[in-house]
Design a protein around this ligand. Structure first.
Ligand code: G6P
Length: 487
């Protein structure tokens, strides 16, 4: 059983129902819809297809809708592209329309650019492959000199080295897309180019007022977000290391260290973390990952990421299911490494609540005793979330009656959601019925020692106050209260 979860982006390559079925069979846990590309009709079709195929297979697959955000882009060129030559002047002119660009000048979607940049600033185009130095600005124009030239295609992104372009994190389109994502039944909504905790709070408010319950994913891709990482982690449910734009803003030399730091801090803050972008990029066309890609995925697993993400590899790649299979294999290999199985996390922490104390006690017992599985009864997913912050090789089986909780838990490392309704079982039968449910699914077998956690009330959020070590097969129906090994 793989612990690290796989997020796969949907696109033309996954539109065939058979391709989607293969993708799910290969083991995706969360499907991502990128709202930057495609039409509403495409998104509706893809969301319905993945939900239908997942249901057919009886597996919870979460849905992540990723907002476009204020990506600052150039407009287009008359001929679709331009050759920028080293040392030549080049102007970004906000008055130019979407296909009026030439070899000397191009428009931009970001009309405040001239007011935001200064002489000496370095602008990075197309994820850093073209570099311009600002020489001076006028009301509507930014005059630059080409430092590193090349072929520039229509609508490529613009970043400033060092960050600091001031566009709001949620555009008008994002606000509309939030309502649309809620309508699609998104379990997660990704906020792009987040600057601060307020951006996350605003997104959450918009989701709530649209009637949704999606968890908020803060995509860390600007320097401002790295600087405000503590408050962003607190405000968000999930953190994404969005390495494409982040790498441009930071420079590639800083990126690995920042990835490790963000993953560690997210886990420390009891939040979920996704590592994204170019993880198996060569498999867009190739049948095998490069060694460097294998190491990249494995290192993210060893850093402690909850999930690894595929973008173009599955959305427009040649063999989406094969990429997922490769990722699955590499994650499982990395998870066998000793450092992924032990934990000193929160050793010296004070636990604020009973629920957290029980979760931590469960994990330490599991890691230091012969325990085959943990069975956590949960309503909101909070109890298994705490547990999954502790590195371990022991599966955390999360039993819940709520399908939306199951789909959310699909993203958490080491957590296996199972549908089980504690409210339909009488109190004295509960342990037995819950254990039977996971035994029936082949997750545990007679003789296994497992830890069960629950509270006094069934079907209510919070209140977990007990952990109990039970032997599968030794718990009989109606005898739960006579068990002697409760803790
Ligand atoms: C279910 C169980 C309760 C438990 C609760 C924890 O409702 O029946 O006994 O206390 O989950 O839920 P939570 O959302 O806090 O993880």
């Amino acid at each position: 059983m793989r612990r690290t979860k796989i997020v796969a982006s949907l696109g033309p390559s996954t539109d065939d129902p058979k391709a989607m079925a293969n993708l799910i069979r290969a083991g995706i846990d969360v499907a991502r819809i990128n709202l930057s590309h495609g039409t509403l009709k495409d998104h509706r079709y893809r969301a319905a297809l993945v939900q239908e195929r997942a249901a057919k297979r009886g597996r919870p697959v979460g849905l992540l809708c990723d907002l476009q955000g204020p990506k600052i882009r150039i407009e287009g060129f008359r001929s679709g592209k331009a050759q920028l030559r080293n040392g030549k002047p080049f102007v970004i002119d906000v008055t130019l329309g979407s296909s009026e660009g030439t070899e000397e000048r191009v428009g931009t979607t970001y009309k405040s650019l001239p007011g935001d940049v200064h002489k000496g600033d370095v602008l990075l185009l197309d994820d850093g492959s073209i570099t311009l130095r600002v020489e001076n600005t006028e009301d509507n124009q930014v005059h630059t000199r080409v430092v590193v030239g090349g072929i520039l295609l229509n609508y490529k992104g613009i970043n400033r080295r060092g960050g600091g372009l001031s566009a709001d994190a949620l555009t008008e389109k994002d606000r509309e897309d939030i309502r649309f994502a809620v309508e699609l039944g998104a379990d997660f909504i990704g906020v792009s180019f987040v600057r601060s905790a307020e951006d996350i709070e605003l997104a959450r408010e918009l989701v709530r007022s649209a009637g949704g319950h999606a968890h908020i994913v803060a995509k860390i891709e600007r320097l401002e977000a790295v600087e405000n990482i503590d408050s962003i982690i607190q405000a968000a449910d999930v953190i994404m290391v969005a390495r494409g734009d982040l790498g441009v803003a930071l420079g590639d030399a800083e990126l690995p260290g920042v990835q490790k730091q963000i993953i560690a801090e997210a886990r420390m803050g009891n939040k979920i973390v996704i590592t994204a972008t170019q993880m198996m990029q060569s498999m867009i066309t190739n049948a095998q990952p490069t060694r460097a890609e294998v190491l990249d995925v494995a290192n993210a697993v060893l850093d402690g990421t909850d999930a690894v993400m595929l973008s173009a590899e599955t959305a427009v790649g040649r063999h989406p299911a094969r990429v997922v299979a490769a990722m699955d294999r590499v994650c499982q290999g990395a998870e066998r490494h000793h450092s992924a199985l032990v934990s000193t996390h929160r050793m010296d922490a004070y636990f604020e609540t009973t629920e957290e104390a029980i979760s931590m006690a469960t994990m330490y017992t599991a890691n230091h005793h012969s325990i085959a599985a943990i069975l956590a009864l949960t309503e909101s997913g909070t109890t298994p979330m705490w547990m999954s912050r502790i590195s371990s090789g022991i599966p955390i089986i999360a039993a819940t009656r709520l399908p939306e909780t199951e789909r959310r838990l699909a993203l958490y490392r080491g957590v296996y959601p199972v549908s089980f309704d504690a409210t339909t079982v009488s109190g004295t039968n509960l342990n037995w019925a819950a254990v039977e449910e996971i035994k029936k699914r082949g997750l545990v077998q007679d003789g296994d020692k497992i830890i069960l956690t629950k509270g006094d009330l069934y079907g209510a959020e919070g209140g977990t106050n007990a952990m109990k070590i039970v032997k599968v097969g030794a718990v009989a129906g109606g005898q739960d209260s006579a068990e002697s090994e409760s803790a």
